[in-house]
Design a protein around this ligand. Structure first.
Ligand code: AMP
Length: 271
């Protein structure tokens, strides 16, 4: 596993390879990331993982400051997996020319879910993915369905510009079904118990949606219940079509999307 600390060493090392699988991350490596890496390792000749906490995608300074960082441990886990050929650890200047806001804009119809509640977030994500794709020039990029809206927007944006294929990967959960996330490192045990209970509730809500005539008002009611029962703040609880992310009136081709705050940590999930 070769560690690449700047673009010069990146270009030198990856130049011979035209079948690169790329797994972009912000570190805090967990089994969710490893599942993407495994898939890349199976489908591509070489696998490159990047670790870069992209300041442009944080709409909240506190969130950026508290984002879990543990590069030593990340490298240990990646090395142990024996599935990674290159780890790219760029500095800000390797990726961006300046600190200006992204020129990428979202269409009005895409300003939903997290885009509505985290202003500028996806513009920053699309910006970094655009730059990373130009730098790494991978054949395939592996991304998690846990961040479904991110996957959807990146597919749309990069699909217009590059030959690179975006490969969706299933959400990996812990034994209590909590979707793995680097942010889970910021949760204590009681928080994790609540997160597991919320997952159970979401499963049952999704099940009962089938019989409901007015899904929107049913979900509003469930949102209030979750809020009161678990003392959490909820940004959204919505059923949306997986093809176009429009509000859906049926379970078919749809997922239930949630974003909520537990102990000031923002968690998202979809099922
Ligand atoms: P992050 O480091 O959180 O930016 O995530 C890097 C990549 O890993 C993204 O494509 C995420 O969607 C993916 N990912 C994060 N958590 C999970 C998970 N629990 N299961 C599958 N993929 C995940």
């Amino acid at each position: 596993m070769k560690i690449l600390l700047n673009n010069t060493s990146l270009f030198k090392s990856i130049r011979p390879f035209n079948d690169l699988g790329f797994v972009p991350t912000m570190g805090g490596i967990h089994k969710g990331h490893l599942s993407l890496i495994n898939k890349s390792n199976k489908l591509c000749k070489k696998t490159i993982v990047s670790i870069f906490v992209n300041p442009k995608q944080f709409n909240n300074k506190k969130d950026l400051k508290s984002y879990p960082r543990n590069i030593e441990n990340d490298l240990k886990i990646l090395k142990k997996s024996k599935k990674v050929d290159f780890v790219y650890l760029p500095k800000f200047k390797d990726i961006f020319k300046d600190k200006k806001k992204s020129k990428i804009t979202l269409q009005k119809k895409d300003k939903i879910l997290c885009a509505k509640f985290r202003k500028g977030h996806f513009e920053g994500v699309l910006d970094v993915m655009n730059e990373l794709t130009q730098i790494v020039k991978p054949k395939k990029i592996f991304m998690g369905e846990k961040d479904f809206q991110q996957l959807y927007l990146i597919k749309k944006e990069l699909g217009k510009k590059y030959k690179t294929k975006i490969i969706p990967c299933k959400t990996i959960r812990d034994r209590n079904n909590i979707a793995l996330s680097s942010r889970n490192f910021l949760l204590n045990k009681p928080n994790l118990v609540i997160a597991a209970k919320i997952y159970e509730k979401l499963v049952s809500i999704k099940k009962y949606i089938k019989n409901k005539k007015n899904i929107r008002s049913f979900l509003n009611l469930k949102k209030k219940e979750l809020k009161n029962n678990y003392k959490i703040k909820i940004d959204y609880l919505e059923l949306r079509n997986i093809k176009n992310l429009k509000i859906s009136n049926t379970n078919k081709n749809s997922r239930l999307f949630i974003a909520y705050y537990l102990n000031n940590v923002r968690l998202i999930d979809n099922l």
